[in-house]
Each structure stands twice: as structure tokens, then as C-alpha cells.
Design a protein around this ligand. Structure first.
Ligand code: GLN
Length: 232
């Protein structure tokens, strides 16, 4: 199992994501530059946070036309795990791999803080290690994290249990229904504004992100290499 961590001009959480999957979880992973046209040999894709293309137009909009995107879409259609955090989530909605859109925070301010979240759906391949309604704490850091969707999309998300994480103890950006993270219908593409890759060790304030990566490895990886370094 080898993960690709996609780098765009302006990515700034790419090293954190590589560190989380490779150094904490002990799984093979490599950076792949956005201009590449092949993901042959990779079994999963992690899209990091940051400010791809300077956040021009709308965050993630320009990145969604990168040369690597058709390959990410191919892996998505093959049922491989695709995970995007923060700008990665924005890129996933802009490319149509997830429904809805992310716009400026209702405060019109960049928000950087620890955020309480509830695991709404622990029956996904990304969240099976959490308990239902588990309260977790992850960092958020974004200016355009307000998730919006029309009534039909929202009804669809609810009907299919696609809302995976929601903000609790306050909504930091005005997202509809406190939505912090969603999954696609087939259950292999997940996007979320909070940063699990920044909550991998208690020393850093929380290790609540570990269960998400542990879920991915448990549910998507057929042959698991020993992952001694996981500290649940
Ligand atoms: N940390 C990030 O990924 C930032 C996300 C995005 N560029 C924003 O400000 O909304």
C-alpha cells in the first residue's frame, strides 16, 4: 500500500500529512507534484491543506484543473481511498468529487484554533475506529471553510449518511448544519476542513486524528504492514 501526497504550488500542510501517514502510521507514502500525469503504483491519495494557486478565484478552483486530477478521479472511480483536508477538501468539491462548495467564513476572518467535533457517522471506512457521536478535538485553520449546499444536495447528504463530522461547541465558519466533513456516496472519498494530520501525538495537544488514519488502513489496506508506531 502506497499513498500519494499531492503537492500544489501553495500547499503548506503537505509535510504534516506525509509525516502523519509515513512516520506516525508507518505506511509507504511519497509526494507527487500536481503536474504529474500518472499515479500508477499508488493505492490511495491524500490532498493536503494550504493555499493552492494563492486561493485565487475560489479556494481549490484552479487546482481542480491540474494535470494530476484525471488520475485522482481514476483512483476514486476504482474505489481507492481519497482524502482531502482543508484546501484538500476545497479541491475535492471544486473538482466535483464531493458535492457542495466552500465559501468565505461568515465572519470574513481567517480562523485558526482547536475545534470540537462530533463523529456523526462512524460506519465509514475513514471513521470506523471512532465511536458513534465521539467528541474529538482537531485544529482548524481556514478563511474559506463555510460549507454550503442547496436543499437537494443537503437532503441527499442526509439520506445517505454522508455527513461524517460536524462542528460542536460553536460553529467556526457558518457551515450549513455545522458540517465539517462529508463523504461521497460510494464511501471512498472524504473531505473535511479540520486537520487530523496535526493531531497525531498527545504532545501536540491531541492524538484524535490517529483513529482516522487507522480506520483508512484497517478498511482499505488488504495486506497491512506492521504499524508499531500507531499510538491509539
Ligand atoms: N489550511 C488551509 O488549508 C487553508 C485553506 C484555505 N486556503 C482557506 O484559507 O480557506
Amino acid at each position: 500500500m502506497k499513498f500519494a501526497v499531492i503537492q500544489f504550488p501553495g500547499s503548506n500542510c503537505d509535510f504534516d500529512l506525509l509525516w502523519a501517514i509515513r512516520d506516525i502510521m508507518g505506511v509507504e507514502a511519497e509526494f507527487v507534484w500536481h503536474d504529474e500525469r500518472s499515479l500508477t503504483g499508488f493505492d490511495g491519495v491524500l490532498i493536503p491543506g494550504g493555499f493552492s494557486y494563492g486561493d485565487y478565484l475560489r479556494c481549490g478552483a484552479i487546482a481542480s484543473f491540474s494535470n494530476i486530477m484525471p488520475e485522482i478521479k481514476r483512483l476514486a472511480s476504482e474505489g481507492k481511498p481519497i482524502f482531502g483536508t482543508c484546501n484538500g477538501f476545497q479541491i475535492l468539491v471544486e473538482s466535483g468529487l464531493l458535492p457542495g462548495v466552500l465559501i468565505r467564513n461568515d465572519s470574513l476572518k481567517f480562523v485558526s484554533k482547536w475545534q470540537a467535533l462530533q463523529v456523526e457517522n462512524n460506519k465509514t471506512k475513514f471513521t470506523s475506529e471512532y465511536t458513534k457521536n465521539e467528541l474529538i478535538h482537531l485544529p482548524i485553520a481556514h478563511g474559506e471553510g463555510q460549507y454550503v449546499a442547496d436543499e437537494d444536495i443537503l437532503a441527499d447528504l442526509k439520506a445517505n449518511n454522508q455527513i461524517v463530522f460536524s462542528y460542536v461547541e460553536g460553529n467556526p465558519n457558518g457551515s450549513i448544519e455545522n458540517i465539517a466533513g462529508i463523504i461521497n456516496k460510494t464511501g471512498n472519498v472524504l473531505g473535511m476542513m479540520p486537520h487530523p494530520e496535526r493531531a497525531m501525538e498527545k504532545l501536540l495537544g491531541s492524538n484524535d486524528g490517529v483513529k482516522m488514519f487507522a480506520s483508512i488502513l484497517k478498511n482499505f489496506v488488504e495486506k497491512i504492514e506492521p504499524i508499531d508506531r500507531v499510538k491509539l
